[in-house]
Design a binder for this molecule. Structure first.
Ligand code: ZN
Length: 121
């Protein structure tokens, strides 16, 4: 499976387009399209039909539109700057006493290890 440097729930900054410079949280990653939805960023109007089953009234609703992943930069929670993500390996000892090599992301600006994010569903 493809691995992006950006995961669900990460804070990101938009690098291009009409919302350049805005910061938001990743709501969803659209793997097939290499795009992501960012909270309150790149809003567009979507026309929806009324759907009584979901008690949706229909009409025009504002909705996040997908942005290409390459136009997003992770905002590091430690130094709060948009940064590049690097990978490094940590060695951990598992419950059974075996060593596990674990890949973690880190901030290339301050070297802080980043939360892995991406709730597994
Ligand atoms: Zn940092």
């Amino acid at each position: 499976m493809k691995q992006y440097r950006i995961h669900m729930d990460d804070a990101v900054m938009v690098l291009a387009g009409k919302d350049k410079g805005k910061v938001g949280k990743i709501l969803k990653i659209l793997r097939k399209k290499d795009r992501a939805l960012v909270e309150r960023v790149n809003m567009g109007i979507r026309h929806v039909k009324p759907n009584p089953q979901q008690s949706q009234p229909g009409g025009r609703i504002e909705k996040e539109m997908p942005l290409h992943i390459s136009n997003l930069a992770l905002v590091c929670p430690a130094c709060t700057k948009p940064t590049r993500v690097g990978y490094r390996y940590l060695e951990e000892t598992g419950a059974d006493g075996k060593k596990i090599r674990k890949r973690v992301r880190f901030c290339k600006k301050c070297n802080e290890i980043l939360a892995q994010g991406g709730k597994k569903k």
